[in-house]
Design a protein around this ligand. Structure first.
Ligand code: MG
Length: 129
């Protein structure tokens, strides 16, 4: 089974890095959809079903917190697991994202293995700790 993934980040370079990390993670990757901010992400989700969302926090137009908030109020989209990947590491923001329902919060700079393991775990693969 291949997994479709949405990557939301305002930095094209970071989207590319995350895209590559996902492809090296060991999961079978289907479609990877990219968006530049939360609003763009919500629009992409109207046309593409994804199994996992990886989102940044600090973005123009709609930030990651607002994005997660919108997702979690949607009956269908609220079931999609969300992993935050961000340079924003302030405790209040991390706690806010997690209490809104983010499955995990990874701060940049990250180790590719860290993201890979996290994705596998959240998608229900057996991961050796
Ligand atoms: Mg950003």
């Amino acid at each position: 089974m291949a997994f479709n993934i949405l990557i939301v980040d305002d930095s094209p370079v970071m989207r590319k890095v995350i895209n590559r990390t996902v492809n090296l993670s060991g999961i079978e990757v289907g479609n990877i959809v990219e968006a530049g901010n939360g609003k763009d992400g919500l629009e992409k989700l109207e046309e593409n079903w994804v199994d996992l969302i990886l989102t940044d926090i600090n973005m123009p137009v709609m930030n990651g917190i607002q994005f997660i908030e919108s997702l979690k109020t949607d009956e269908v989209m609220k079931s999609i697991p969300v992993i935050v990947i961000s340079t924003e590491g302030r405790d209040t923001v991390v706690q806010q994202a997690l209490s809104l329902g983010a499955a995990d919060y990874i701060t940049k700079p990250f180790q590719p293995e860290e993201i890979g393991q996290d994705i596998l775990k959240i998608l229900g693969y057996d991961v050796e700790e």
